[in-house]
Design a protein around this ligand. Structure first.
Ligand code: PLP
Length: 414
């Protein structure tokens, strides 16, 4: 592996080897990460990276686009079929540029948007003040209820009626529950607002038929392609026919230059994979695993935000265990589990410290782990918390995590 890189640049070759080793030997529980197929990676490492193709299939600003045109058409057709959308733009370089495209196709700078607060599970691009979305628009935020820790749709409606935002944004980075698309649609209709849904986290669950699709309810739906969808890093915008021209024009030339055609083609491969029966099984297993892990942690006295999960992630408030999110992230890393600290609703700690961690099952499920392994991982997590001052015990837990990784090899033969 990496023969050419080793010849040209041994320093980078070594880092590639080390990173492969790290991915193989740790329990990857970052909810937004996954392991793509070799086919997706091969496509990303192909000659398509050489091609400039500003514009859209059949209407490019460069010659020689005959093959990349076909790849982009395939990606678009498959995205539309997979998600039942009228139109798809497969060019966004990332989830953030997909969201920028959607906002600027419908809004003018200074318009009001209403999205889920970052500290309640939303994403930076849903109007956080340090992000372009908060800098360009007047961003308002809705929250979860303190009692149920689930979205308070009545309060959201009151806010929408009082503030009359031009756009309501659904979707999240750290929200473990189903979304009520019908409620969002009816609130948007009451104030004649545009409804956008960012399904970046749950796109694979939607593609696999485990979660309902936001597409029929929304004016525009955005996603990343690299999380539960298990494709290359990138973004996607799905829309109704009537909005498609504005969206295309905003993505290029509005925001981006030349599309990353190697990534566009890899998105086509990903969508093809998502259409297979095996992916439906995978999507269901991500949810089954998250539920099993949640039950294991609840039994050990962990506080799961909202009491559990309907999707691929858990948000665990570890303050009742005498830990901050930062300390918990470090402790889990010590025993071979990679995750990220995360604010929890109404968090008293700063975003650099936090009171929680977010745990996801997409990557472990790709390795083939199931509910039995989730029970084992819940025990490792609990063991780490109980024995946090005991280096020998932590080393044993780390060995257990490494053995689990060996039982479910990643990229065998690579
Ligand atoms: C809900 C949501 N939207 C958008 C993004 C941004 O995606 P990217 O990192 O590709 O810009 C993320 C990434 O974490 C996300 O969780």
């Amino acid at each position: 592996m990496y023969d050419q890189v080793r010849k040209t640049d041994p320093a980078i070759a070594e880092l590639l080897e080390l990173e492969l080793g790290r991915q193989r030997s740790q329990l990857e529980m970052i909810a937004s990460e996954n392991f793509t197929s070799r086919a997706v990676m091969e496509t990303m490492g192909s000659t398509l990276t050489n091609k400039y193709a500003e514009g859209y299939p059949g209407k490019r600003y460069y010659g020689g686009c005959v093959h990349v045109d076909e790849a982009e058409r395939l990606a678009k057709r498959r995205a539309m079929e997979l998600f039942g959308a009228e139109r798809a733009n497969v060019q966004p370089h990332s989830g953030s540029t997909a969201n920028m495209t959607a906002y600027l196709a419908f809004l003018k700078p200074g318009d009001k948007i209403l999205g889920l607060s970052l500290s309640h599970g939303g994403h930076l691009t849903h109007g956080h003040p340090v992000n372009f979305s908060g800098l360009l628009f007047e961003a308002l935020h809705y929250e979860v209820s303190p009692e149920t820790e689930t979205i308070d749709y009545d309060k959201l409606r009151d806010q929408a009626l009082a503030e009359r935002p031009r756009m309501i944004v659904g979707g999240a980075s750290a929200y473990p529950r189903f979304w009520e698309y019908e409620k969002l649609r009816s609130i948007a209709d009451e104030i004649d607002a545009i409804l956008m849904f960012d399904m970046a986290h749950i796109a694979g669950l939607v593609a696999g038929g485990v979660h309902a699709s936001p597409v029929p309810h929304c004016d525009v739906v955005t996603t990343t392609t690299h999380k539960t969808l298990r494709g290359p890093r990138g973004g996607l915008v799905l829309s109704r026919k009537e909005h498609f021209k504005a969206i295309n024009k905003m993505n290029f030339p509005g925001i981006q230059g030349g599309p990353l055609m190697h990534v566009v083609a890899a998105k086509a491969v990903c969508f093809h994979e998502c259409m297979q029966d095996e992916f439906k099984t995978y999507a269901q297993a991500m949810v089954d695993n998250a539920k099993a892990l949640g039950e294991g942690l609840l039994a050990k006295g962990f506080h799961l935000v909202s009491g559990g999960t309907d999707n691929h992630l858990l948000l665990v408030n570890v303050s009742n265990k005498g830990l901050t999110g930062k300390a918990m992230e470090e402790l889990l890393e010590h025993v071979g589990i990679t995750c990220n600290k995360n604010t929890v609703p109404f968090d008293q700690e700063s975003p650099f410290v936090t009171s929680g961690v977010r745990l996801g099952t997409p990557a472990l499920t790709t390795r083939g782990m199931g509910v039995a392994q989730m029970g084992q991982i819940a025990n490792i997590i609990d063991g780490a918390v109980q024995n946090r001052e005991n280096e020998d015990a932590l080393n044993k837990l780390r060995t257990e995590a490494e053995e689990l990784c060996r039982e479910f090899p990643l990229y065998p033969g690579m």
